[in-house]
Design a protein around this ligand. Structure first.
Ligand code: UD1
Length: 464
């Protein structure tokens, strides 16, 4: 008699799995069956069919328009607006209506380190990890606004245990442990080109994390959204693990978002190199969205405005404020759910040859949801342009552009500028290595207020 799994596999054209089941020892066989039963194979077949139907089409064909970004000028009126929005954001923080949400499902493998990316030792003087840096920023905000800031960290199956134990071993970097919550994002099976499930080298179903768009579902599934509602928290400040200059809970950004009664807002920096690997925030067929650099045609990437600047220059730095009710809509109403994107990738897996398991490397399909697709669903939004030197130093590669070395240099330049602002007459060494803990200051203004010249301004300099 056919078992449930036999029926499921037969109905969904996944009968090649029978060969694997025949080859695996009993415990692994059951584990593979249990794993497959976790997933909706009908949804996977639909994703594959959608990929087949669209993969021949050229990358984006829609019309792309620029988007007006919020900037402030030195004029008194503009500065007045800036102060007003800043005050709105600060009020919101003082009332405890903001939660922080870090997406940290990625590993540091590309940086040449085993383990979660957030554990990467980065800062120029103390070699603090990214997690420690963010934790210190949050402690500083809690002191300033006199309210605890709940911090949700999204991990993946790959790095959840390691992330938690890193925090535990380091005493949560001085934060109250019950204010830091870890959510695990869902996995989704990768498929081969023909839409068949893949068995990984470990004999298990080959899956990948479902993308940072899956973070919203993780907020819901973990009960975090309900907790936020119960605590009267209305806004969620979202940031990525790989940007040490991220200005966490920036009151001006929060204030601008609240002022517009926006569903979701985004920070951008000006893109100056047409080939920089960033997404562009723009209007795609009239709806707000993000076009990845790989989908922008070379002509579009290089197109210039009359003043000589790049036409599509609003580079997404993946910092958002999302309204909690909007997130509820995105995860609870089918019409609002985020689409899956598909990417080809090399997958190390197993094959069955003459009744035996053997290793193989194939081109497979990986499915992911992207948070920025939620922009197309929102009614109101703020796109806020900020200074790259002050807020964006991504760490993507081991060497070269967007690496730990460039991020350290960016931190040193920024903190040197703060020091020069506070001590204009001081003579500083050319090769100054400086680090300012967020517990000391979070911007030029707060640095100036705190600054007391040390006996000697020699390198390395550390302020805490
Ligand atoms: C991303 C954006 C890009 C933006 C750039 C800014 C995408 C597709 N593109 O590029 O528009 O200009 O950041 O730095 O996102 N993550 C998870 N779970 C996942 C996948 C990712 O938590 O399943 C987290 C990673 O840990 C990381 C962040 O999301 O913090 C970004 O992911 P990554 O794949 O590095 O995006 P990029 O291609 O660098």
């Amino acid at each position: 008699m056919a078992t449930d799994i036999d029926r499921i596999l037969s109905r969904s054209n996944q009968t090649h799995i029978f060969q694997f089941l025949d080859c695996l020892p009993a415990t692994e066989r059951q584990a593979l069956i249990d794993d497959i039963a976790r997933f909706d194979l009908v949804q996977l077949a639909a994703l594959h069919a959608h990929h087949q139907a669209t993969c021949q089409a050229p990358a984006h064909q829609q019309s792309l328009q620029t988007v007006e970004a919020l900037r402030f000028t030195p004029s008194p009126a503009s500065q007045h607006e800036r102060r007003r929005m800043h005050a709105i954001g600060e009020d919101c923080l003082r009332q405890g209506r903001v939660a922080l949400f870090l997406v940290a499902g990625g590993q540091a493998t590309r940086l040449g380190l085993q383990g979660p990316k957030g554990c990467y030792p980065l800062t120029p003087v103390r070699q603090k990890s990214l997690f420690q840096l963010y934790a210190e920023g949050i402690r500083a905000l809690q002191l300033r606004y006199g309210r605890p800031l709940p911090w949700y960290i999204m991990t993946s199956e790959d790095n959840n245990a390691a992330t938690k134990s890193f925090f535990e071993h380091n005493g949560f970097f001085g934060l109250e442990p019950d204010r830091v919550r870890f959510l695990v994002q869902q996995q989704i099976p990768s498929l081969d080109i023909d839409g068949r499930l893949i068995v990984g080298r470990n004999g298990k179903l080959f899956t990948n994390p479902n993308g940072h768009g899956g973070s919203l579902q993780a907020l819901h599934d973990s009960g975090a959204l309900a907790d936020l509602a119960a605590a009267g928290i209305e806004e969620i400040f979202y940031f990525q693990v790989d940007n040490p200059l991220a200005r966490i809970a920036d009151p001006l950004f929060i204030g601008a978002h609240l002022e517009q009664r926006a569903d979701m807002s985004t920070k951008v920096v000006s893109k100056t190199d047409p080939h920089e690997k960033v997404g562009i925030i723009g209007r795609i067929d009239g709806r707000l969205g993000c076009i990845e650099y790989s989908e922008l045609s070379p002509a579009e990437a290089c197109q210039r405005s009359p003043d000589g600047s790049l036409r599509f220059s609003s580079a997404n730095i993946a910092i958002h404020v999302l309204n909690r009710r909007f997130v509820e809509k995105l995860v609870c109403q089918a019409a609002f759910s985020l689409p899956y994107h598909c990417a080809l990738k090399q997958i190390e897996c197993l094959a069955v040859d003459k009744g035996r398991l053997c290793p193989l490397t194939i081109q497979g399909l990986k499915f992911e949801m992207f948070i920025f697709d939620a922009l197309a669903r929102d009614e109101r939004s703020v796109t806020r342009e900020v200074s790259r030197a002050e807020e964006f130093a991504p760490i993507k590669n081991r060497d070269g552009a967007d690496s730990p070395a460039t991020a350290r240099r960016a931190m040193i330049s920024l903190h040197t500028a703060w020091l020069r602002g506070a001590a204009p007459a001081a003579s500083l060494p050319d090769d100054l290595v400086i680090e300012v803990s967020p517990l000391y200051a979070c911007d030029a203004e707060s640095f100036q207020q705190r600054f007391v010249a040390p006996a000697q301004l020699s390198s390395p300099l550390y302020f805490e």
